[in-house]
Each structure stands twice: as structure tokens, then as C-alpha cells.
Design a protein around this ligand. Sequence first.
Ligand code: ATP
Length: 750
Amino acid sequence: MSMFLNNFFQADTAALDPIYFSSSNGIPSESKLATYMNRQNVGTPTYGISSSGHSSNLDSTLSIKQAQVTPQSPEFIPQLSTSPNFYAPYHQQTTTVTSTVNGKTISPNTLLKQTASTQQPQQQQQQQQQQHLNGMKTSVNGLTSTSNMNIAPAAPITPLKTNGRSSLLSNENSPTNQLDPQQSQQQQQPQQQPQQPHDKTPPRMTPHNSPIPTAIPPGVHQENVGGTIYFYMTANHTSGQTSCSVVNSETVLNHHSSVNVVSGAVVTNNSTPTSMLYGGVGGHHVYPGPASNVISMQPKSQLSSAFFMPDDMRMEIQARNEIANLMLEAHDNTNPTNPAVMEVGNYHSLYPLEPQTIHPKLPCPSSTYKATNSTTGIKYCLRRLHAFRLPSLKCMTLVDKWKQLQHSNVVQLREVFTTKAFGDNSLILIYDYHPGSQTLFSKYFTPSQDSNGYTDPFGGEARPFSHKSNLQRTVNGPLLPESTIWAIIMQLTAGLRAIHQAGLACRQLDPTKIIVTGKRIRFSFLGISDLVSFDPNHANQLAVLHMHQQEDLTQLGKLVLALACRCLQSVQRDNFQTSIELVSRQYSSDLRNFILFLFNSAQRRSVTDLMPMIGARFYTQLDALQSQCDMQEDELAKETENGRLYRILIKLGCINERPDFNLDVTWSETGDRYMLKLFRDYLFHSVTEDGRPWLDHAHIVQCLNKLDAGTMEKVQLMSRDEQSILIVTYAELKNCLENAFSELVAQAPS
Ligand SMILES: Nc1ncnc2c1ncn2[C@@H]1O[C@H](COP(=O)(O)OP(=O)(O)OP(=O)(O)O)[C@@H](O)[C@H]1O
């Protein structure tokens, strides 16, 4: 690898030898680059190279390439408007891509000047020869087309090894680090080199205030050719390296492989400031890492957490997705709870959520299913009341009220309709579906597995062999921490408050009708009690409502007492006193008073009366929720980034190695696409110096970010046969990507 690079860098000397100027481009016909060159796609720059060994003269090369490039190489100019910050502090410049063949560096000057020389071939030839004689880096054995761009100053080139793989050189090894006179001058004035705070690359050059140097550095020769000013290193200053700047027209050669073309600006080989590397469209997107307030909340961070969400969060989301995607096998009749039909109204793919039950409060059996809306594909919770007729159409006003009730602690009712699909007259209620939910009953009032004859002495808060532990343990598990009970209370009262304020009553504060999804508590299947017990002949509906609301508060008291004792029987009249004593013993007097207040049906109560009893615990809950929001937002920021990179990868994947496009089997191997293919190798197939796979997630992410931002940093791409090198900016690669993908999109069936 290093030998190869040595060859590559030493190639500059060979580049000066006129024998390398071939009459044709000299590229082996089987070379991808040859194909690429010959195609010269409109809209993108082309990069020509030739292999060594073809002796020819400069004239012939020029004359051939003139015809190729002049009409067909439209300039690629990055859109300043899209990312003004990206370019703002920098002079407009033009960059050029060089190529190297067989270890020989190809300067774009040749082709560039060829383009210009359509009017002045003589001058062009002189200029080429002058460049050559002055030891400047120039085209060898082939040619390179240029693409003029407004760019930021030269960024470090990252050379790589390909042969189907790539490896990286440090920036220090990069040829661009070999200083040109301007650069060395600036290095003597370190105070003039503002380095961006987050710039990772060592500063090499400073943005110049003036586009034209006011004083030419010693050892640099200036020449005006046809209005274009060239700056050449004089022989005694080249010292094995060459540097040349061309102003107002095009080219600056700073190093072996770093070629900047400047339009009306001095090329200064600045280190790339962070604002360039990460500026622009992509730059502002880059995830800056977790905020300090979030990092302290997270469990001990692993390396993967820099890119991905924590495992537990991912697993929770995946589990919910899996549940939401559950489907019944077609014609699976083995389970009696499976629906007889799979389609009801506008809903299909019914999936049972519970065994068929006869709820004590309902006059008819009911079933609950997950169902998918046929129009939108969204999943809902479908509740079927078997053989049920609406008592009156007047109750639809209540249905409308319920449908309008939107609250984070309420499962929203979406639709109510009747159907004969099940062979009876069923009432169907459609609610929002919250996958992975369980009822409060199954979570807190179901005997725990270890309670069946064996109590885990280390489980929960109970400690073995103490009187207290026996008291704290119930058949349903250990008593709940008081904070958990208050967290449930706050969510229940919040939902209840919204219900009462909407002029409705819950009427089913039953642990089987309250669902828990993660830490969220929601009232489920609201409105059903109103429908099944609707009496259109009742004179005073408002009085009935107040009565039901008072009943809600009593039911809430019972539920909290049951939760505190972790036993549904604790609310029975006979057990009430004992249960209150247990609460007094185990929990704060606030909780006890809260329960007693709700049980006192002699006085008129309201949900808002409960707020002072909750007191400052409300702030604790709010704090916990906001902290959770902070964490989730941080994870979202990461995933936003991942989504952005994913979209770039999709584009690359659609283009690279495409078997054929418009019947052109070479489409993905030529033109812009060839560069993208080499870039893909650089991204994923880099190898270490000893040829082992070099896997670095950060490298991939960083390169994709630069591609997305279209930075001016150069990247050195090598053909798989290691015979050719392309030096391109990420801006060009981005342009190639957009062009190639647009071509695909344009041809894709709509
Ligand atoms: N909106 C919803 N989204 C997702 N799952 C829900 C929703 N509502 C209820 N569930 C789940 O559906 C299952 C069945 O609920 P359902 O109330 O029918 O059960 P149940 O305890 O058998 O009550 P019932 O005796 O009234 O039938 C429960 O596991 C519950 O968690």
C-alpha cells in the first residue's frame, strides 16, 4: 500500500515527461475509466486518464480532447443558495479533478486549457509546455477534464487504496500537506490562521481576504496568458514539488494531486473549517452527540449508543411492532376466539385480543379485536357487542361527544356502527389501538407466578424473615411503592378531569377497563356504558350525569384502595376498615386522606378537589415526564440522522452495480455512476495496510455526511485494478449522486 502511494506521489516527476502525452487518451480499452471518459455524460464533469507508455506529443492530445470536452462538459456549480453558510466566508474557487494512471498523476490543466484553447490553441500549447517546463504538475499520458466549481479552499485529500478496496492515509501524509509557497508563508504567521473550534484537520491555509495576491511570494513566477494569470514555482523553489496557481481562469496546482481551480480568486490551501465540512445542508443535520443533561440519565454508555438507541428502548419498540403486526393464518379455526369473519365494514384482518367474555356489567357478550382499516392501513382496536341493538338513535349525540374527547389518558373512540357480518346484529366500536397494552387488572391484580406456594424472599421490596415482609406481600405480589400509586392517581385523575369537563362520565373505573402501555395509563372502551344503559325517556339527563360523575369518584377511591392493598377484595365493605389500616401503616397520610375523601359520598366532590391532595407530587411527575421527553428527543435526533444516511445509502444502492438501465448494461459502470461505485468501495471496502478489512463505522458516517453536505473536501478514489485514481470533491460526488438518481427516478414508472 505505502509502496503504491509512494509510486503515486513520485509520479509527478514522470508527469513532466513529454513522452507521456499520448496522441490518444491511452487508456486501456477495457478500463472502466476509458469507458467513463468516452461517455462524457452531459451535466457532469469527466475525468480522463491514460496509461503510460504511449509516446505522443502534446498537440495531438490537445486536439483530440478539445473535441471531447468543450461542448460536453457543462460546469457543475454547487448551489450557493442551498447552503449559504457553507460558502459564505470563502472566495469562489473552482476545483479540478486529477487522475493518475499507473502511478502517474494527471492534472486537469491539460483538459481545462484545451477547453479554453478552442480559440487560442497556440497559446494553450505554449501554456501547457510552459507548465511542463516549469515543473508544474500536469497531464500525463492522458487527460483529465475539469469541472469548474465555486468551492471552498482545498480540503485535505484522503487517498485510498482500492483494488476493490481502499485504505486511508492520514492527512499528514496527504500530498496536500506538502506546502506550497503561499501555504508556507501563512504557516509562518500562525496568528493569521483562524482555526475552527471543531476542525479536526490540522490547519494548513488561511482564507485569504483578497482574491488576488497583492504581493507575489518569492520564487513564484507570474504569467498572464490570454487574460488568465498563472503562478508558477520557479525552478529553485520547486524542490521536488510543484505548485502553480491560475487565477481568473482556472487552475491552481498546489501539490501532486491537489488541484484547485480558481475563478477570480487566489487559491489558498486552507484547512477545511468545520463550517465547511459539516456546514450546508448536511452539516446542520449532523448529530452533535447527546446533551449533557441526557447523558447523565442514560445507563453506562456503550459505543453503540453513539449511533443507536439503547437496547431496552429498541426492544420495547420492536416488541410493540411485532404485536401490532400479528396476523391470523387464513382459515385458522383452531382457536375458538378467532373471528368468524376477517372483514367487518371498512376493517379487515381481525385478530383477537382476548377470549370471548361476558362482562358482568354488559347485557351481552363482547369481543375485542385488532383490525386494520382498509383505506388507510392503520390498526385499530375493534370492540364488538354481540347481538346488540342501539336503544335509541339519540345516544349518537353521546357517541359524538366521546369521539371528540381527545386526551393522553383516554383511548379515543373513532367510530361506531352496526354490522350483520357476524350473522347477528352486532354493534362495533372502533378505538385507537395501543399495541402491547395490558389491563390494570392483569398487571396488578393477577396472582404473580411466585405466589403459588412459594414466595421469592428476594423479590420486590419484601425482605425475608421479617414481619414487615409478610405484611407487604399479597397474593398479587409485593405492595406497590407509593410513588407508583401516585403516578397512577395523577394519570387517572387527569383523564377523569377531561371526561367530566367534556360533560361525560366514565362509568367504568374498572381495572379491566383501564389499560397500561409502558408507563401510560388510559381509560379504555369509554362510552360503552352510556350506550348499553341509555334511557331516552329520562327527564333530567344532567342530573343523571352528575350522579354518574360522583359515582366515578367513588369508584376511583375504590380503585386506589385496591391498588394500595394490591387486592380487589380490600374494597369490600367487610374489609374496608382493615384495608384503611394497612394504608395508614404502609403509606403516607396524604394517600389515606385521598382515599377517604373519595369514599365520602355524603359530600359533593369534584376532580379538581383532588389536585391539592396530590400537591407537589405533581411536579415530581412532571419532571419525570419531561426527563423522559428529553431522552426520547435525543434518541429521535440520532434516528433522524440515521434516516438521512439511510436515504443516501438507498440512492447509492439503487445506482451502484445496476445490471442495466435503459438497456445499457454499462450504465452503472460509466459516467457519474463509475465515480459513485469507486466511492462505495472507499466507503465500505477499505483495507488496512496489510490488506485486512478496515471496519470503521465513524469513517462511513463521516463520509456519508460529507457527501450529503457536498463539502469541498477531496477524496481520492482508486479503481479496483489500482491503475487509476480519481480525486474528486464530495460536492462533485453529491452532484453525481443526484444526477444519477434523478435519471433513475425520471425513468421509473410513476
Ligand atoms: N385500545 C386498546 N389497544 C390495545 N389493546 C387494548 C385496547 N383496549 C384493550 N386492549 C387489550 O385488549 C385485551 C382485552 O380487553 P378486554 O377489556 O376486552 O378484556 P377483558 O379483561 O377480557 O374484559 P371483558 O371482560 O370486558 O371482556 C386486554 O389485554 C387489553 O389490554
